[in-house]
Design a protein around this ligand. Structure first.
Ligand code: NAD
Length: 474
């Protein structure tokens, strides 16, 4: 197994394992259970050729199944040049804990392809994706019942659509073929709200945190998200949606955005949608007119702010920069952005962290909704939207008759609106994020030996998984 050493001398997987070991040390688990929990059940490595510009080019990819105590196993597929087996195993383990924390009945899996997708045309990416999917399908690592991929870094709805279509071509008699992959385009069986889900989940996690003032006070902050100074690293799928919704709906101030080519800073607040458009056209933040450009983007992680949202890569906060981080709260939108050692330093410095295994679970929560929708073969809201609209109308009529007063227009509109798929998905996501944070908070409050959210979240996950292993056997 290749084990890329991270900044602090630990690979990503070792970093995750150390965090889990720490949680296990706070628990009273049956002998051997810790090892059973941490073990990655199976890993597939595939190498395959695809014809690129008239000659065969080799590609290598992985799919790791960390746990299959619940089926299907679930987790994204990442396209990035630095992907390796260690990274995929670490991400698969995080998926297991994530699903347990937010009560999504899946095992944990993750995939990756070693590729820089920006170097290929869309047609080439399609050919590579279809070939990778065929390898995974033929070897039992992609199907609606056993292993269901989703988007991650470098992949999106298009790749998911091609994978689903590849599965359909190989298994045309599988009536549930749509459930073989989530994060698909809406026109091809995707659910409304999946594309925004992970960033939306980060917003809901932060909103829930700010509903509990005693938790907020621990950070030295007060009040709501309004006017809080936020730095975001990575304006991709997760970072963009989180930053955009926090700015637009919670009136937070996005004071810096860090991208591959550097960072753009404006203490008055950046226009997230405008920066996003600029990146789409220019390929980076350099030259964005509404802020100051800083070529050494990583340094901006250390800028004074209320909330830091790393939403790009793992291991970006490490022993060298952790002592200089000024944020009072870190919301881990990316997987593994804080190394094991940096986590210790930040805890000692009193910086609160909303951990990845909870904070970025919005994607898998809505993937769960999409999978259910695909197996049910019906869009959410299709059966009852008009029924609820009619019932709302009856309530309005009853109020008006009883009071002899006209109900204000906005009340009428609210009462007479049946929920569509977007409303239902957002509502289910919000509810799940709120309940999971309340569980984490409660665990921390009631167990004095647990003094951070990450450990509280891991203890919850490990208790649930250990119970499941004990009930059904390892
Ligand atoms: P993405 O590919 O859409 O976006 C990643 C962004 O980070 C891009 O804008 C890229 O330019 C930027 N970036 C890359 N290297 C950078 C660097 N060195 N400095 C600053 N910016 C850099 O990926 P994504 O889907 O948004 O995923 C981001 C993170 O969130 C990953 O850790 C991923 O595992 C995690 N995550 C994603 C999902 C999902 O649903 N997409 C779900 C859960 C967790």
């Amino acid at each position: 197994m290749s084990e890329q050493q991270g900044h602090d001398g630990l690979s990503f997987r070792q970093s995750v394992d150390h965090m889990v070991d720490h949680a296990i040390s706070l628990m009273d688990l049956k002998d051997g259970m810790g090892d059973a929990l941490k073990a990655c059940h199976s890993v597939l490595q595939v190498s395959f050729p695809v014809e690129i510009d008239g000659k065969a080019e080799m590609f290598t990819g992985w799919r790791a199944v960390h746990s299959d105590h619940r089926l299907p196993s679930k987790g994204g597929i990442r396209y990035a040049p630095q992907v390796d087996q260690d990274e995929v195993e670490a991400l698969a383990a995080l998926m297991t804990y994530k699903c347990a924390i937010v009560d999504v009945p899946f095992g944990g899996s993750k995939g990756g392809l070693e590729i820089d997708p920006r170097k290929y045309t869309q047609q080439q990416i399609e050919a590579i994706t279809r070939r990778f999917a065929r390898e995974l399908i033929n070897k039992g690592y992609l199907s609606p019942a056993k292993n269901v991929p989703a988007p991650d870094m470098g992949t999106g709805p298009k790749e998911m659509g091609w994978m689903t279509d590849t599965y359909r071509q190989l298994f045309p008699n599988d009536i549930n073929y749509m459930g073989s992959v989530t994060g698909k385009p809406v026109e091809h069986g995707g659910v409304r709200g999946r594309n925004e889900a992970t960033g939306r989940g980060v917003q809901y996690a932060l909103r829930e945190f700010f509903r509990h003032q005693d938790e907020v006070e621990r950070t030295g902050m007060t009040g709501s998200l309004k006017d809080k100074a936020i730095i975001v690293q990575g304006l991709g799928n997760v970072g963009y949606h989180a930053a955009h919704f926090l700015q637009k709906e919670d009136q937070a101030r996005i004071i810096a955005i860090i991208e591959r080519d550097g960072a753009v800073v404006n203490p008055e607040g950046l226009d997230v949608a405008a920066v996003h458009n600029h990146i789409a056209v220019q390929g980076g933040v350099r030259g964005y007119p509404g802020g100051t450009f800083e070529a050494e983007g990583e340094r901006i992680l250390e800028l004074d702010c209320d909330i830091l949202i790393p939403a790009a890569l793992e291991g970006v906060i490490h022993t060298d920069n952790a002592p200089n981080i000024k944020a009072r709260l870190i919301a881990e939108a990316a997987n593994g952005p804080v190394t094991f050692e940096a986590d210790r330093i930040l805890r000692e410095r009193g910086v609160e962290i909303i951990p990845d295994a909870y904070c970025n679970a919005g994607g898998v929560i809505v993937s769960y909704f999409e999978w259910i929708r695909n197996l049910a073969h019906v869009r959410f809201g299709r059966l009852d939207k008009r029924f609820h609209e009619a019932r709302g109308q009856h309530i309005v009529t009853a109020i008006e008759m009883a009071t002899d007063t006209e109900v204000p227009e906005w009340v009428r509109n609210e009462l007479c609106r049946g929920a569509d798929e977007f409303d239902l998905v957002r509502s289910g996501l919000d509810d799940t994020m709120r309940l999971a944070f309340q569980d984490i908070m409660e665990k921390r409050r009631t167990h004095p030996e647990i003094n951070d959210y990450r450990m509280a979240a891991y203890v919850i996950a490990i208790q649930k998984i250990a119970r499941s292993y004990q009930d059904i056997g390892y």
